[in-house]
Design a protein around this ligand. Sequence first.
Ligand code: ZN
Length: 310
Amino acid sequence: MEILFMNPVFKQMIWGGRKLADKWNYDIPGDNTGECWAVSAHPNGDCTVKGGAYDGKKLSALWAEEPELFGNVDSDRFPLLIKIIDAKEDLSIQVHPNDAYAGKNENGSLGKTECWYILDAPEGASLVIGHNARNKEELTDMIRNGRWKEFLREVPVKKGDFIQIDPGTVHAIKGGIEILETQQNSDITYRVYDYDRLTDGKPRELHVEKSLDVITVPAKAVEDSVINVAGGAKNEPELLVECDYYRVWKLDVDGAVALRQEYPFLIMSVIEGEGRIDGQPVKKGDHFILPNRYGEANIEGKLLLIGSTV
Ligand code: ZN
């Protein structure tokens, strides 16, 4: 049984930069590259398999044609999407719908639950997670009247923080922050506020009404949103989150680990260092899937991985 290595898809964004080339060694399409869709079968960025029996095949096609590789999971599409985001500038303030709202209002799309592992952040960095409105009336007033300073809840973050973002959570990554995102396979984002920026002389579209429909009020407490997972156990998977859509682990390898792949499939991203998996060299920036019934994977070297499954 072979490991499915991925060819990422890159996205140009007004807030993007060059770190995906300079720090990750990716061959990026331009100086405003904001996202690396590392493991994705979404129509807006469908990864292909790198090497092996399925070389060049799209992940969406593999999911449809070889379901046994993924444990015959009952889903009409590959359920997850893994991204690296390099924010040179602040991202817009946004919120995602849940499955029910997206299914009804976005042509049957899935909603979006996502989580972030902070790969790097400058000294004193912060993110927007949640808001300060106490009730729906205050929420509406703050958004309609642009009371952004009062509305937005900024939270300090550092490398190694982990954040779960449920649908309905107002959020935004700020400039200088790099994250690995694990999310449902969805591209539905409602933009609440974009700092009045212009692209080609025009502001980007906002989705105020839909945002007001889906924002959770009051917001979840900060303490329930951000945890620091730097350090921790070595050479054994550490569960970071388990929700209705995914399970995510951190695996800090220093030496050798025998990892049991006992899930429908197991996605892995190397986010630091280098080593080998069952003899094949892997390094920072590599993303791969251990298919169903892969058995035990022997990982050796000094490397940090983020793993996920449904
Ligand atoms: Zn988001």
